[in-house]
Write a protein that binds this ligand. Structure first.
Ligand code: CAO
Length: 433
């Protein structure tokens, strides 16, 4: 008897992503075994099979969005004898998972997948059903672990987080031992010890948002693969602020002419500096042997959203005026916060700016947004006593933090870049030259 499997009530979620199909057509499934995995911004959910039977049709694919009542698949509800030999529950997306794992984990995971494939071929084993919760499946996916090969130490062979972690730990040990450079620091990233935080007090766990997970993997990659140097300086923006406030007083705030913040002025000044020092407007090629220099000036702007950090790109900043940039900034940050950015909004960046001035704090060390080679951190401007003409005078000083890729840019160039930027911000009229 054919039976449609519809998405049951999953709470207040709508249009939830299908991130994994755990079964294939013709596969036998048992009641309560996982069929598909859904992921909202807040959680990963596994939809269990309402009956035992054979999958005859799969109505969704990875990437689809589904809501309550959506047809997921059709099962031919089978008799008990048909289900004597449980089939393997296929863990899909191994390669996607590898992409999000760390470099060291990736290499180990790729080795593991290769060896797993040959083990399965040689031994022709019949894998058994996997008992693992959605969070464990997600962890396994992120680390590229095939759960068929993990021995569950929990109740009735259920796989625990520790089982997955121990499996990866063993794989890494084997991988490190195999590596000819196993004695070098480059291959050793010390692991964090596994800590039971609940032993010290009450805790609760909250999953990272999708944006945090994606940007986290990129930030980690950029932090460990790029030799960063961060150069600090202060720009005297007293006159620039007077000019900006004056402009704001004279204009009506509309969508086309929003209030001017400091950022568009900084963007224009940065472009002028990039033109003078073109190696900052470049990317290393994939072999790390050539610099690709760009004749366009697209600036990524870090935007803080309640889902995490995103960096939309404002294109052709060199060809736009302050007002136009202010308007684009307003639009793009609004799009970022309402999660409407398109892939086009996010690509083609040459150099990024992260302005935390609206929030507070002084200098910080921004992480380069690869394949770009530099990023400017801007902090909150503060009044400081500055020694000038034999006296201390109050000036509004803007803290700047320039991180650059030391493979491409040397220390002297870093200092020249920030010095010229300070000079331009101090006297914005110099942008005319
Ligand atoms: N010093 C002093 N004041 C500053 C300033 C600075 N460096 N930068 C902004 N301000 C002021 C603005 O002028 C504005 O003041 P008024 O309302 O009095 O005019 C106020 O702070 C708010 O500005 P804003 O932050 O809304 O606007 P912005 O154009 O400066 O920045 C945006 C826009 C989208 C970049 C910003 O809202 C944002 O999201 N910043 C966070 C970026 C971030 O998270 N970086 C960290 C990345 S690493 O995790």
């Amino acid at each position: 008897m054919k039976k449609e499997v519809l998405l049951p009530d999953i709470g207040n979620f709508k249009d939830v992503d299908v991130i994994e199909i755990l079964v294939s057509i013709g596969q036998q499934v048992q009641r309560d075994s996982g069929l598909i995995v859904l992921e909202s911004d807040k959680a990963t959910m596994e939809v269990p099979s309402p009956d035992s039977g054979i999958v005859t049709n799969i109505a969704v694919k990875v990437g689809d969005k589904v809501s309550q009542g959506a047809l997921l698949l059709i099962i031919d509800v089978a008799t008990a004898e048909n289900l004597q030999a449980p089939q393997k529950i296929v863990t899909t997306n191994e390669n996607t998972a590898i992409k999000t794992a760390t470099k060291r984990e990736q290499t180990a995971a790729i080795d593991l997948l290769e060896s797993n494939k040959s083990i399965n071929k040689i031994q022709n084993t019949t894998p058994s059903i996997i008992y693992a919760s959605p969070s464990i499946r997600r962890l396994a996916r992120e680390l590229g672990v095939d759960l068929n090969l993990v021995r569950g130490s929990g109740n009735k062979g259920r796989i625990t987080h520790d089982d997955v972690r121990n499996y990866v730990k063993n794989a890494l040990t084997i991988h490190t031992e195999k590596s000819p450079r196993s004695d070098s620091f480059a291959t050793k990233i010390p692991e964090l010890p596994l800590i039971d935080y609940s032993a010290f007090g009450e805790i609760h766990s909250r999953p990272l948002s999708r944006i945090q997970r994606i940007s986290g993997a990129n930030l980690y990659r950029n932090a460990i693969t790029i030799p960063h140097v961060t150069q600090f300086d202060d720009a005297d923006i007293t006159d620039l602020e007077a000019f900006r406030n004056n402009l704001n007083l004279k204009q009506q705030n509309t969508v086309d002419t929003p209030k001017l913040t400091l950022l568009p002025f900084i963007m224009k000044a940065v472009v002028a500096v990039l033109k003078r020092y073109p190696e900052f407007n470049s990317s290393l090629d994939n072999h790390g042997e050539n610099l690709i220099l760009k004749n366009y000036f697209n600036i990524g702007i870090a935007v803080d959203t309640n889902q995490g950090l995103v960096v939309p790109v404002i294109k052709s900043v060199d060809r736009k005026g302050i007002q136009e940039l202010a308007s684009e900034l307003t639009i793009i940050s609004e799009k970022a916060r309402s999660r409407k950015l398109t892939p086009d909004d996010m690509q083609g960046g040459c150099f990024s700016i992260s302005n935390l001035g609206g929030v507070g704090g002084s200098y910080f060390t921004p992480i380069i947004n690869a394949p770009e080679v530099a990023i400017l951190g801007v902090s909150r401007a503060v009044m400081k006593p500055i020694w000038q003409d034999n006296a201390f005078i109050p000036r509004l000083m803007l803290p700047l933090s320039l991180s650059y890729d030391h493979r491409v840019i040397d220390g002297a160039s870093g200092a020249r870049f920030i010095t010229y930027l300070v000079e331009l911000l101090q006297d914005i009229r110099k942008l005319l030259f």
